[in-house]
Design a protein around this ligand. Structure first.
Ligand code: AMP
Ligand code: ZN
Length: 465
């Protein structure tokens, strides 16, 4: 079966064919670095990471660009309030963003262009749109003329007839029913204070939408394979990206559009403006591992809303622990006779995993296949029917699946000498029947994030999730 995705633009499930054989060029709408990202934002980035990792699993070489929006209405407000430089303000949140990406096991994209480093490219694209009659100047700003692009609305299914003659919006973010000309370039005014660029378009700053069109063209070309984001990006942001890019180049902008549904809290989108949000730091501060958050975010199909609860997070934590334990227990298997049942289980795991993810990234289905494999293999293990060779193949399969799931510890972690000494001391205390001492050492290790488990084969340890 071929790889298929639901394309937001056509609303159809389509077979995925890349422009260049074996290579995928994809764009991801990144964060506005004006604050810490919340876990709703990370749902989008984890979905895009799943997509990226699965494309690689299917043998594609991936070039991904994620923009960093370091200029917008909100950033300007904060810079003025705090009276600091634009980059000084945004750099702190950029650093925090990368820390969070790493904690969540999100692979790095190939490029992270920042909007303010690409003013020239944006100005050039706006000039092209002016020359071609798709943009006009008004009150020191430049607006995109949406009546000049009859396909406007093809992504969001907005109707161009709803366009009010002469209606214009200058704000970066605006209401869903606002079918209006939008700002490509905003002429400076008092509210912008110290934030402006002197360009052939005049003194001012770029609008939000033009940055993605200019930067994707620069790094991926005028037409690329996949553009991604959350569903709130569809209108107006992505609709406007299509209008700007296709009018400037005369070519299709992106062949596939994929959008993830929202992370919600009690039925409402998690968002900064509603105040119903958790940052990753809020959650790790409560003792949860970021990897449990990653699992929670990717385990629901990306096109379904995901209701955030701590009970759900506990479930995610247990699922990750199950995988980690499974892998560790397999490594301790010692048996000479291959199980006649095992090859079929292994085969089903590989084909089931791929069939699910091929079908529009059905991650919950793929995880179901993995856990079925875990359950059945555990059964063979418990009955001592698994051979060392079976177990080795099972580890290989889990490691291969984890190149997509991304929740297992990266490499066998070596214990610090101090920790090893504590484990040895505890063993000695137990041998001396000093159980109080042994228990207190176990507690001490627990505080250091190390969990011990006494098994028939001796004491094994793992990091607490
Ligand atoms: P923003 O910083 O608001 O531009 O959002 C960055 C990314 O997070 C975009 O792709 C949004 O679509 C996505 N996003 C924002 N809120 C949520 C949410 N509650 N659930 C899923 N994705 C979201
Ligand atoms: Zn964008």
């Amino acid at each position: 079966m071929a790889l298929r995705f639901i394309n937001t633009r056509t609303r159809q499930k389509e077979e995925f064919k890349s422009i260049d054989d074996g290579k995928v060029r994809m764009y991801t709408c990144g964060p506005t670095i004006y604050d810490f990202a919340h876990i709703g934002n990370f749902r989008a980035y984890v979905f895009e990471d799943l997509l990226r990792r699965y494309l690689k699993y299917r043998g594609y070489e991936v070039t991904q660009v994620m923009n960093l929006t370091d200029i917008d209405d909100k950033i300007i407000r904060s810079v003025k309030e705090q009276n600091i430089g634009l980059k000084d303000y945004t750099n702190q949140f950029k650093a925090a963003f990368f820390e969070d990406l790493d904690a969540l096991g999100i692979e790095r994209a190939e490029y992270y262009p920042a909007a303010t480093d690409h003013i020239d490219e944006m100005v050039e694209m706006i000039q092209k749109l002016l020359t071609k009659g798709h943009a006009y100047k008004a009150d020191g700003s430049v607006y995109f003329k949406i009546s000049s692009f009859p396909q406007y609305g093809s992504l969001s299914h907005m109707k161009l007839e709803d366009l009010k003659a002469g209606a214009r919006v200058a704000a970066d973010e605006y209401e869903k029913d606002s079918v209006s000309d939008f700002a490509l370039w905003k002429g400076w005014d008092e509210a912008d204070g110290p934030v402006f660029w002197e360009t052939p378009l005049g003194k001012g700053r770029p609008g939000w939408h033009i940055e993605c069109s200019a930067m994707s063209t620069k790094y991926l070309g005028e037409t690329f394979d996949i553009n991604t984001g959350g569903v709130d990006n569809i209108f107006p942001h992505h609709e406007n990206e299509i209008a700007q890019s296709e009018c400037a180049s005369g070519k299709t902008f992106a062949n596939y559009w994929m959008h993830c549904e929202h992370l919600i809290v009690e039925g409402t989108k998690m968002s900064k403006s509603l105040g119903n949000f958790y940052t990753l730091r809020d959650i790790t501060g409560k003792g949860y591992s970021p990897i449990a958050v990653r699992y929670l975010l990717l385990s629901t199909h990306y096109r379904q809303q995901l209701n955030f609860t701590f009970a759900g997070l506990d479930g995610a934590k247990a699922a990750v622990e199950r995988l980690v334990d499974f892998r560790r227990n397999l490594q301790a298997v010692d048996g000479d006779t291959d199980s006649p049942e095992f090859p079929a289980l292994l085969e089903q795991a590989y084909t089931g995993f791929q069939e699910c993810l091929d079908d529009d990234l059905n991650a919950s289905g793929a995880l179901g296949e993995v856990f079925n494999f875990v359950k059945e293999t555990n059964r063979l293990m418990a009955d001592k029917k698994l051979s060392t060779s079976d177990a080795k193949q099972a580890v290989e399969a889990i490691d291969k699946f984890d190149t997509v799931i991304g929740v297992l510890p990266q490499a066998e972690e070596s214990l610090d000498d101090d920790i090893q000494k504590l484990i040895d001391d505890r063993l000695a205390a137990r041998q001396d029947k000093d159980f109080a001492k042994a228990d207190s050492i176990r507690d001490q290790l627990l505080e250091m994030g190390i969990v011990l488990e006494d098994t028939a084969k001796g004491t094994v340890w793992k990091r607490k999730l």
